[in-house]
Design a protein around this ligand. Structure first.
Ligand code: PBG
Length: 327
């Protein structure tokens, strides 16, 4: 039966009716706030390429985390910006490193807030590549060892979840094995399983000072043209012991979010990356789009695609808007 007996507009006539038939929910509990933590005292340094985003030293980080938790967000994802970088990225697995110290302080000040740490070397290497470089190439197996050391030092500091974002082969298995060996069987692994070689990471690399000094990341991150390969990455990571999977970036990869969710059945996160954030910020600053509407639409579309939870630089702002009620 079709028009005029079927009129789909009938259920769109009021906020209450629209609410009754809404298929996808979005709330603060679905969101994760990424945070940049830096050495130094009482710093709050704006990131130029990401208006509204700051790099925090630890005291300021604790204050920010309190606001995030009060907005109903269950978890934060930490990125460290060390004061010194070297060839082997040793700041990443230093027990007194910036992330390790931040994790300890956060778990003490806000014990119920879930702390996730990004596990990668690119913020810590002087060349900006995500691993140990030999003959101009990132050496997979040496890098995996350094990543496992990093994950263990994060777990020892009290991280609830470690999130490897390097895209080396075999790192999940190695991290799981070594975490268990070192007495951390309950530390969760959120794998950046499908991380694409994306132009949308540009603003992050300015924030983390991690732009590669030579070459690019095409030798380890996924080719944006490929979908089957993302599913294979996801399957392998699960076999190696990942607890949850991440697809990154989000907006231009919603088909991948859907496929990974359907083909694995595992918990899936979508990461709305820096370039997605800054594009919305720039357009709204110019008055070309409505920021609040655009942000909430972008986030709900990720949930509709099948993501269980979302990493977004808009998390705190969005949680406040969502707390005020939609429509
Ligand atoms: C580190 C890492 C990157 C991002 C998250 N973890 C940068 C990269 O691969 O260059 C990007 C996040 C963003 O753009 O918001 N490997």
């Amino acid at each position: 039966m079709s028009f005029p007996s079927t009129r789909l507009r009938r259920l769109r006539r009021s906020p209450a009716l629209r609410g009754l038939v809404r298929e996808t929910s979005l709330g603060p509990a679905d969101l994760i706030q990424p945070l940049f933590v830096t050495a130094g005292t009482d710093l709050r340094e704006p990131v130029e390429s990401m208006p509204g985003v700051n790099r925090f030293s630890i005291a300021a980080l604790l204050e920010e985390a309190g606001e995030i938790e009060a907005a109903g967000i269950p978890a934060v994802l930490l990125f460290g910006i060390p004061s010194e970088k070297d060839e082997a990225g040793s700041g990443a697995y230093d027990d007194e490193g910036v992330v390790q110290m931040a994790v300890r302080a956060l778990k003490e000040a806000h014990p119920d807030l879930v702390v996730i740490t990004d596990v990668c070397l690119c913020e810590y290497t002087d060349h900006g590549q995500c691993g140990f470089v030999r003959d101009g190439q990132v050496d997979n197996d040496v890098t995996v060892e350094l990543l496992a050391r990093t994950a263990i030092s994060h777990a020892e500091a009290g991280a609830d979840i470690v999130a490897p974002s390097d895209m080396m082969d075999g790192r999940i298995g190695s991290i799981r094995y070594q975490l268990d060996e070192e007495g951390h069987p309950d530390t969760v692994i959120l794998s950046y399983a499908a991380k694409y070689a994306s132009a949308f990471y540009g603003p992050f690399r300015e924030a983390a000072e991690s732009t590669p000094k030579f070459g690019d990341r095409l030798g380890y991150q996924l080719d944006p043209a490929n979908g089957d390969e993302a599913v294979r990455e996801a399957m392998l990571d699960l076999e190696e012991g990942a607890d949850a999977l991440m697809v990154k970036p989000a907006s231009h990869y919603l088909d991948i979010v859907r496929r990974v969710k359907e083909e694995t059945g595992a918990p899936v996160a979508a990461y709305q990356v820096s370039g997605e954030y800054s594009a919305i910020k720039a357009a709204s600053a110019n008055g070309w789009i409505d920021e609040k509407a655009a942000v909430l639409e972008s986030l709900v579309s990720m949930r509709r695609a099948g993501a269980d939870f979302l990493v977004s630089y808009f998390a705190k702002e969005a949680a406040v808007w969502l707390g005020e009620g939609q429509e």
